[in-house]
Write a protein that binds this ligand. Structure first.
Ligand SMILES: *[C@@H]1O[C@H](CO)[C@@H](O)[C@H](O)[C@H]1NC(C)=O
Length: 533
């Protein structure tokens, strides 16, 4: 064989062996919610990076404001631009005190604490509808809507991708960071409010009469709030000339291919789901790395008492005067070393044992055997981290899904105690931390849950990738969704038509029997009377 032939053959082999990789490169459009840098955005970007790693071309749409966000830059700068083709849309400049959720303002914080979830969603509704207007005005986005994509992968509450999916007939997958509790209650339907949470609330799957009533009431309010948001978005959409595609904002539950939800059986109560609704089982958990300086030294120095990791999520790193002082005082009274993800003015009474920094290696610290306790707001990510590493928890829920998550650990896993933020005192927080650390039951329950959690048939990351690629391979997955269900009217769905028919028949039967009996009795009376005569 000549050399040139050999080279040709080698080249051919190379091309063939590389080919499948290039063929798998589908074009995916990623739409995270970019209102604040929090776990919703972080987890969506993690899913996006996983797709990039699997050789897909991922285009990520994000506001220019978020790209300039300090925390976003700090946490994502290493991989964001290299992982995605980034398209940012213009947003008008804003007064940072108005738009930025100023959690350092005690008044704002107190107002948030007193709101329930439908009220919170209503409060934040401009952050859902306004970006739609900005996106539809943006030329880059208009250009994007003319490009070909194999898949749209969007946060459950971002509306533009729904319009684009309808307009271009592109399969769409939604991501729900709050597990089964999507804001739109039709996206993950709550079959039977008798034992399924309709909204984020404090109830288990065994509800008393009054709890069930509250469950139904919150569910209905959530639907009304979402319906208003949809109406507003439809007006914006039609204003920009997207016509019929605007119907898919509200009708997304009839066209979505998959809903990937951040959920796991160990934490969440069992509930019925359709086959297109997939639990992601904590896909986002990072592999822990060895600790770097100065954390390595801090942990070493903590000695036999160990450490307490404190984090209230990226949203509540800054705290109002009252709360930061209460927390600092409680932490200072503990024998453990406390590592607190905190930013802002130094709290009064911050203990010698308390180390604060705005960004701590939370995962690596929680994986460390020195950790005695995790004090957290119990956001979606903290919930899974606590489960994964089997650490006991003291939760101090702030808003939204946090109290709901917290009660899963308190009542279902039994590895945590809850300290409500309303009326919290240093003394109360301190004694709760002491109890959870000193009573071995909490740690044992956490370890037990971690073992069950780790016993999974497929790695959560592989599971997520499999399902996303499944939709790409088959160009959608409408066969997983019940078309019959989505066509039913309210009366048909609750079988009220059949119940009415049964009611009418039974009523008619009763009336006829009564009529016949009356006639019979009358006849009988008449014959006896005539005999007597
Ligand atoms: C430890 O906590 C469990 C659960 O709250 C409780 O039942 C048990 O009595 C506690 N044990 C001690 C020694 O306090």
């Amino acid at each position: 064989m000549e050399l040139s032939q050999k080279i040709m053959i080698t080249l051919c082999c190379l091309v063939i062996s590389c080919f499948p990789l290039y063929c798998e490169g589908s074009k995916i459009l990623l739409f995270p919610l970019d209102v604040g840098y929090n776990s919703k955005l972080m987890n969506m970007l993690k899913l996006g990076r996983m797709l990039t790693k699997a050789k897909h071309q991922v285009t990520c749409v994000i506001s220019d404001r978020m790209r300039e966000d300090a925390l976003f830059k700090l946490a994502e700068r290493e991989t964001f631009d290299s992982s995605f083709k980034v398209i940012s849309y213009k947003t008008p400049p804003v007064d940072p005190d108005v738009m930025q959720l100023n959690t350092e303002n005690q008044g704002f914080l107190d107002a948030m604490i007193n709101k329930d979830v439908p009220e919170i969603v209503q409060f934040f509704s401009p952050t859902l509808t306004e970006p739609l207007d900005y996106m539809l005005q943006d030329k880059t986005i208009a250009q994007l809507a003319t490009e070909e994509f194999d898949l749209i992968f969007a946060d459950e509450i971002v509306f533009f991708p729904r319009i684009m999916a309808a307009k271009r007939n592109i399969p769409i997958i939604l991501y729900s960071n709050f597990g089964p509790l999507t804001a739109d209650t039709d996206i993950v339907p709550r079959y039977s409010l008798a034992f399924v949470n309709g909204c984020f609330n404090r109830f288990s799957d065994m509800m008393t009469f009054s709890q069930r009533m509250e469950n139904v009431w919150e569910y209905l309010r959530m639907r009304w709030v979402m319906s208003d948001i949809y109406s507003e978005s439809e007006v914006i959409c039609r204003k920009h000339g997207y016509g019929e595609s605007c119907d898919n904002i509200r009708g997304i539950h009839k066209t979505v291919n998959l809903v990937l939800m951040n959920r796991n059986d160990v934490i969440h109560y069992p509930a019925p789901y359709m086959p297109h609704i997939i639990s992601l089982e904590g896909f986002f958990l990072d592999k822990p790395k060895p600790l770097n300086s100065p954390y390595k030294e801090i942990v070493q120095k903590s000695g036999k008492h160990g450490i307490i990791v404190v984090s209230f999520g990226s949203m509540f790193r800054r705290l109002g005067l009252k709360h930061r002082n209460i927390f600092a005082k409680a932490f200072s009274a503990m024998p453990q070393t406390v590592i607190w993800s905190y930013e802002g003015e130094t709290p009064e009474g911050l203990g010698e044992n308390t180390f604060v920094n705005k960004w701590i290696p939370q995962t690596d610290l929680l994986a460390n055997p020195a950790v005695q306790l995790f004090v957290t707001q119990c956001g979606a990510s903290s919930l899974f981290e606590a489960l994964n590493y089997g650490v006991p928890v003291v939760c101090i829920p702030f808003i939204g899904d946090q109290e709901y998550n917290c009660l899963k650990l308190v009542e279902r896993v039994k590895s945590a105690k809850n300290v409500p933020l309303k009326g919290i005192t240093s003394r109360q927080l301190q004694s709760t931390m002491e109890e959870v650390i000193n009573n071995i039951t909490y740690r044992e329950n956490a370890k037990k849950a971690a073992l069950i959690y780790h016993d999974q048939p497929i790695d959560p990351r592989k599971k997520s990738l499999y399902w996303i690629e499944y939709v790409i391979r088959h160009k959608g997955a409408p066969h997983l969704r019940s078309a019959g269900e989505s066509q039913l009217s309210f009366f048909q769905y609750y079988l009220l038509d059949i119940a009415s028919l049964v009611g009418v028949v039974v009523f008619a039967a009763v009336i006829s029997i009564a009529f016949v009996m009356k006639a019979a009795i009358k006849g009988l009376l008449r014959t006896t009377k005539s005999k007597e005569d």
